[in-house]
Design a protein around this ligand. Structure first.
Ligand code: OGA
Ligand code: ZN
Length: 372
């Protein structure tokens, strides 16, 4: 049986569940999260925290019909909590998240069959297959789809099955092919060294979808590397370089006739807990470094070191996209590149689009809900 006891001196309610787990819930937290304070349809909080005193005290507690019932001192209000709901929201632990997938770092020697790969028709029609694929794609940050139709919109349709598309200055989708008057190196036949796309944006796009419609020219092979693996190794091998790259913002810039989009980012972006959350690495969009002169050389050395790692077989996976194949990768983690190709020897056309991480994660959560 669940038991609930007030500990007034600590201003908490202590709950012990039948499985022996015990947790403390501070009074203010309980009052702020009283189920009566949420709109029944929208689930949004309507309770106003300033309507109560920060010294509010719970005056009584009972377990009634399976609910934990709290009365409040000086307030004609009763709060009823479902013990399971309280268990799922324990302070310091919080709500379980199906989209919280631990990344598995990979390096150049990963067998390609270890990377997630699925059939387009299955992903389009089967929610369970899609859910499993999305979770695996999050784990590695790199996944492949086979059997895409020759329809130029097929990549977009797959991406839209996951979430709405992230539009950029290149459009909702972008055509990667050799074009006259290119405004991006991707639209030439030149090699593209490993990079993350659009590091010049306030928030660079999350997941990138590149649907290969044709890859018949000589050259044009693809490269990928796991930026998290590179950053993790750098942290071990050269902590000072890691520190510089994670603490020094540098400028990125794209400009053409219509746009001038600039943003400073650190190359390695850590979350408040020190975990890697994003990588911004794009030598062709790197702006003119504007660090104080004395910092330039140490920074360049650290930056060059990462660049060298992106050239090393230790990290780089090489493959060749076939017509009908699509690659999906986390653009803020996995770098991508390509070899030069000769447009006179055949046609090469990839069609790309992006779905941000937030929408990707939301899809995982909603599909997990349906499957539970
Ligand atoms: C791009 C890009 C890769 C390729 O369009 O940003 O990196 O294989 N393309 O052409
Ligand atoms: Zn790119």
């Amino acid at each position: 049986m669940t038991t609930a006891n007030l500990r007034g001196e600590d201003r908490v309610l202590n709950v012990v569940w039948p499985n022996g787990t015990s947790a403390d819930f501070p009074f203010l937290w309980l009052r702020d999260n009283c189920p009566s304070g949420f709109h029944p349809d929208t689930h949004e909080r309507q309770f106003d925290l300033t309507s109560i005193s920060p010294d509010l005290v719970a005056s009584g507690v009972s377990v009634d019909g399976g609910n934990i019932v709290i009365t409040w001192d000086g307030e004609a209000h009763t709060s009823r909590f479902d013990p399971e709901w309280l268990f799922n929201h324990r302070p310091g632990i919080g709500l379980e998240d199906p989209a919280k997938v631990e990344p598995i770092h990979w390096r150049g020697n990963i067998p390609q069959e270890d990377l997630p790969r699925a059939d387009a028709a299955a992903l389009m029609s089967d929610d369970t297959a899609l859910l499993g694929f999305l979770i695996e794609a999050k784990r590695t940050g790199l996944a492949f789809v086979d059997g895409m139709s020759g329809d130029a919109d097929a990549g977009m349709a797959m991406a839209r099955r996951i979430g709405f598309l992230r539009e950029t200055n290149f459009g909702t989708t972008f055509e990667v092919m050799s074009k006259p008057n290119p405004n991006n190196l991707a639209y030439t036949s030149h090699a593209l060294p490993l990079h993350t796309d659009l590091a010049n944006q306030e928030l660079p796009p999350g997941f990138q979808f590149l649907h290969c419609l044709a890859n018949e020219a000589e050259g044009g092979g693809s490269t990928f590397c796991d930026g998290f693996a590179i950053a993790a190794d750098l942290r071990e091998e050269d902590p000072e370089a890691f520190r510089l790259l994670s603490q020094t913002p540098v400028p990125f810039r794209f400009h053409d006739q219509d746009y001038d989009i600039r943003r400073h980012h650190t190359v390695i972006d850590l979350d408040p807990f020190g975990n890697m959350q994003e990588l911004h690495f794009n030598a062709h969009l790197a702006g003119i470094f504007d660090l104080p002169a004395a910092l330039m050389e140490p920074y360049y050395r650290a930056y060059r070191k990462v660049m060298q790692m992106t050239r090393s077989q230790t990290y780089v996976l090489t493959t060749r996209l076939r017509g009908g194949e699509m690659v999906i990768f986390d653009n803020r983690r996995v770098m991508h590149g390509r070899a030069a190709f000769n447009p006179n020897t055949g046609f090469r056309h990839l069609r790309g689009c992006y779905v941000d991480r937030g929408e990707f994660d939301s899809r995982i959560r909603v599909l997990s809900r349906d499957n539970s």
